[in-house]
Design a protein around this ligand. Structure first.
Ligand SMILES: Cc1cc2nc3c(=O)[nH]c(=O)nc-3n(C[C@H](O)[C@H](O)[C@H](O)COP(=O)(O)O)c2cc1C
Length: 348
């Protein structure tokens, strides 16, 4: 059975799950057009995630996937956290605010409690994907027993092999070009492989279907990934501009005005690619302090961005985007799917 048959979709095009940007409307629009819609639910409580899944099910009868963060929870390095907070205090003051006195764990991991698992079993989406790691064996087994397809992001061969060994169904190969956070398991090193190389490497050594993600903005690039052995492609940045996404006006505008991206772990504590901003130019200096643990670091970044925005400063906004953002087009999600399909046919 091909991946498209397994997922029951028409086109080999996945909307990337994007926490904060995903909406039921965008997911449904993509699925209704024959692509594979998605909801990035990693930043949601179980109840908020349930609302989004149920709303998407109202808007489409076609399959879609839901996505959760699956990181190994690590305790906060308090010393690093206090030094980080002290460093940012004058910057908060510049925007009439006060730095937090402590950093909180703002994103629980799917692995830490079975609330998200129970929600998936209750709502039964076609597939569930995981970012930053692999769920526990009992969680994978429960999803399998329920007939739900499982997918995990990989950023190098070792992660892909661990995913296959765990009994997962599909590997999402995220290359260095990818916007936002890639699913790196161990944040202390980044293999930084480009998408086309990663797809070939995983195809050579693993038997699972591979979905290529990272820097794909048009049908020619998508078709190239299929030629290299990918079963489908996953696009994030290209869909952020769609009217039905949750991106705010400043983010939309920046996507069309700026075209250089950089990776930093200063925002969340894990490396992520976005449009160049103050984090890259003012925080990531050669003498930068030790970054506190993910996702605690993100707590401060979100508060600083919120304070700065009240003074009209967007320089601390995490405008996640892939390295090919300059190729972004202003298109509704359904039109973007149609355009990608046409371009893929021409590129065959
Ligand atoms: C705004 C944004 C948010 C993202 N959030 C998630 C997420 O919550 N879960 C996830 O698995 N991947 C997330 N990603 C990564 C995407 O799954 C995908 O790897 C990436 O968008 C592909 O690269 P591209 O943006 O160049 O298309 C995000 C990407 C972006 C741009």
């Amino acid at each position: 059975m091909t991946l498209l048959e397994q997922l029951n979709i028409k086109h080999p095009i996945f909307l990337a799950p994007m926490a904060g940007v995903s909406t039921p409307e965008l997911a449904a629009e993509v699925s209704n057009q024959g692509g594979f819609g998605s909801l990035g639910l990693g930043a949601n409580t179980v109840d908020a995630a349930r609302e989004q899944i149920l709303r998407t099910q109202e808007l489409t009868d076609f399959p879609f996937q839901v996505n959760f963060f699956c990181h190994e929870s690590s305790p906060l390095n308090e010393v690093a956290a206090q030094a980080w907070i002290a460093h940012f205090q004058p910057i908060f003051e510049r925007y009439g605010a006060t730095a937090p006195s402590q950093l909180n764990c703002i994103y629980p991991s799917f692995k830490d409690h079975d609330g998200y698992l129970d929600l998936v079993l209750e709502t039964k989406p076609q597939a569930v994907s995981f970012h930053f790691g692999i769920p526990h064996a009992h969680q994978i087994q429960a999803l399998k027993d329920a007939g739900i397809i499982t997918m995990v992001s990989a950023t190098n061969l070792a992660e892909a092999q661990a995913i296959e060994a765990a009994g997962i169904d599909v590997i999402i190969a995220q290359g260095i070009e990818a916007g936002g956070h890639r699913g790196i398991f161990n944040q202390t090193f980044d293999s930084a492989i480009k998408t086309s190389d990663l797809v070939q490497l995983i195809r050579e050594h693993c038997t699972l279907p591979v979905v290529a993600a990272g820097g794909i903005m048009n049908g020619q690039q998508a078709q190239l990934m299929l030629k290299l052995g990918a079963s489908a492609v996953q696009l994030g940045t290209a869909f952020v501009q769609c009217k039905s996404s949750n991106a705010n006006p400043a983010y939309r505008q920046a996507l069309f005005q700026q075209n250089i991206t950089q990776i930093t772990d200063s925002i969340s504590g894990r490396p992520a690619r976005g449009l160049i901003n103050h984090w890259h130019t003012q925080v990531d200096t050669p003498n930068r302090l030790t970054v506190p643990t993910y996702p605690y670091t993100y707590d401060l970044a979100k508060q600083l961005h919120a304070a700065a925005v009240t003074q009209g400063e967007q320089g601390y906004a995490p405008f996640w985007a892939g390295s090919n953002v300059s190729q972004i087009r202003e298109l509704e999600a359904a039109d973007l799917i149609n355009q990608l399909v046409l371009e893929m046919i021409h590129a065959r």
